[in-house]
Design a protein around this ligand. Structure first.
Ligand SMILES: Cc1cc2nc3c(=O)[nH]c(=O)nc-3n(C[C@H](O)[C@H](O)[C@H](O)COP(=O)(O)OP(=O)(O)OC[C@H]3O[C@@H](n4cnc5c(N)ncnc54)[C@H](O)[C@@H]3O)c2cc1C
Length: 475
């Protein structure tokens, strides 16, 4: 059930996931033959329905770059703020910069209910080393902190639930499930409607646009423009805790829901286990690592081992990689999975950023403040890395290329930009260049990567798009 936060790991890879795979990488994901998984949600709210629910926003400089340097009018940090606020109902006013947030929108944002003592101690250790966290959706997100999540009364606050759920009785709204769009129909440069397949009955249905200028279609935009990605590897530590009897169910290998919940138990509160997600207790953005290119997110993942030891995984993450990939259609058949040519870690610097993340994780986890937990680093092994001295930079760079994982934040396949930009697919009104009435409003339009989790920006973009359509129809 995608609504139960604690069961997140068991939805990825299920029939609710498109379960794409990347094309073969030469320099990453080598332990799995160069092929990485690419989970994408096939349900209302899309991938947002099995996301980690983390709600963070990028540095304002990201939007200012979109507006000033990349020529997208209306997208500066000051201009987009009203649309973030419009969507948000933040329930932790005392923990955030109040003027950066909304308190009356449909989307409930708050900290997860589980804040175990061990996570508190990690924050203290980080603070002692100069990584004190602030509002990770504020005016200058930085440092390590408890993250806020899209969670409402312990249940996933997906857009389907928080936006659509409240409007389902409206007579002017029809939500069609199991409808796979096959094509957009055109008359000249004007879209006249869409043709979709009912996946339950096999029926092919065409729906025409009835009102001019309101043809608003949001979906994947499969183009040949550049897309970028994030990637990470896990650095594991063993820490001592009181002896507990629990299954060593760790990471997403565990397909038994009860065991999965047990694995989150560094507290006894069953409700807290269900309503929180284990990957997201502490998150950090650490800017300016290498020539201001990099940020890092570390998520502490906890899972018990049977005899008083617990594994804590820290996930160093390159938020603004320099390597770029491409998404292209494999064929004209909409059932075929796209070709995801990701080129992970193609640029050497991207791997070095991850190495820096590994070192920061070590500094925090092996620091004086956490001594009481007797923390030990777990060395990952791979026959390909056997020739390197353990813990040397070369050893970690080898491990990073072996055990790369995508952080699942792809953007930019339908880049927003002026007509003069040869890579641009949509303009700053989100209208596809050369087409009169098709807008795209999803992560594909972001002209650059974000140094945050992207859903907040997807929702802001949708709010902004809705306003554009309303404004156009007023005239
Ligand atoms: C495991 C995982 C964890 C994540 N955790 C977080 C997190 O904690 N916080 C965060 O901010 N981000 C997270 N992300 C990233 C986030 O989920 C995505 O960036 C975001 O959902 C992208 O939104 P989107 O609207 O662009 O695409 P999607 O959410 O993927 O939505 C696309 C929609 O289009 C539909 N669609 C596609 N083709 C067709 C078609 N032909 N016909 C009809 N419908 C179609 C899909 O079914 C889907 O519903 C995570 C991603 C993954 C995979």
């Amino acid at each position: 059930n995608p609504f139960v936060p604690g069961l997140l790991a068991n939805i990825v890879g299920s029939p609710l996931d498109y379960s794409y795979k990347t094309e073969k990488n030469e320099k990453a994901c080598l332990s799995s033959g160069g092929v990485c998984t690419w989970p994408r949600g096939r349900m209302l709210s899309g991938t947002g329905s099995f996301s980690g629910m983390l709600y963070t926003r990028p540095s304002p400089s990201i939007f200012d770059n979109w507006a000033t340097r990349l020529g997208n009018k209306g997208w500066s940090s000051k201009e987009v703020l009203e649309f973030f606020k419009k969507s948000e109902n933040n329930l932790n006013p005392d923990l955030i910069e109040k003027d950066q947030h909304g308190f009356a929108g449909p989307l409930t944002i708050q900290r997860f209910s589980s804040q175990p003592p061990f996570a508190d101690d990690i924050l203290k250790a980080a603070e002692a080393l100069g990584y004190k966290g602030n509002d990770l959706s504020g005016s200058k997100p930085n440092g390590l902190n408890y993250v806020q999540g899209m969670v409402d009364q312990g249940i996933r606050a997906s857009t389907a639930r928080m936006y659509l759920g409240k409007k389902l009785n409206q007579t002017n709204l029809v939500v069609k499930l199991n409808a796979q769009v096959q094509k957009i129909n055109f008359s000249g440069t004007k879209a006249t409607g869409v043709t979709f397949k009912d996946l339950k009955t096999g029926e092919i249905v065409t729906v025409n646009v009835t009102k001019e200028d309101t043809s608003y279609l949001s979906s994947y935009c499969h183009s040949t423009n550049s897309s970028t990605n994030l990637f990470l590897t896990l650095v594991d530590f063993l820490v001592r805790t009181s002896c507990m009897v629990a299954d060593p169910c760790y990471r997403s290998e565990c397909k038994d829901n009860q065991k999965l919940l047990n694995a989150t138990a560094d507290h006894d509160d069953f409700i807290a286990k269900l309503t929180s997600i284990r990957t997201s207790r502490n998150t950090a953005f650490i800017d300016d690592l290498i020539k201001k290119y990099a940020s890092i997110v570390g998520n502490a993942i906890t899972g018990p081992l049977p005899c008083g030891r617990r594994r804590v995984g820290v996930r160093p993450n390159n938020m603004l990689p320099l390597s770029k990939g491409r998404l292209v259609l494999r064929s004209a058949n909409p059932d075929d999975h796209p070709k995801l040519i990701t080129n992970y870690l193609d640029n050497e610097q991207d791997a070095k950023v991850l190495l820096q993340g590994v070192r920061i994780a070590q500094r925090i986890m092996l620091s004086e403040s956490l001594k009481k937990y007797d923390v030990q680093l777990v060395f990952m092994t791979s026959p390909s890395c056997a020739g390197y001295t353990k813990d040397s930079d070369d050893y970690w760079l080898c491990i990073i290329r072996q055990f790369t994982l995508a952080e699942n934040h792809p953007t930019g396949t339908c880049k927003m930009g002026p007509a003069s930009d040869p890579e641009a697919v949509v303009d700053d009104q989100l209208l596809v260049h050369g087409v009169e009435n098709v807008r795209v409003a999803d992560a594909s339009v972001f002209p650059t990567q974000l140094n945050c989790n992207p859903i907040s920006v997807v929702i802001m973009t949708a709010e902004k798009c809705a306003q554009m359509v309303l404004d156009k129809n007023k005239v």
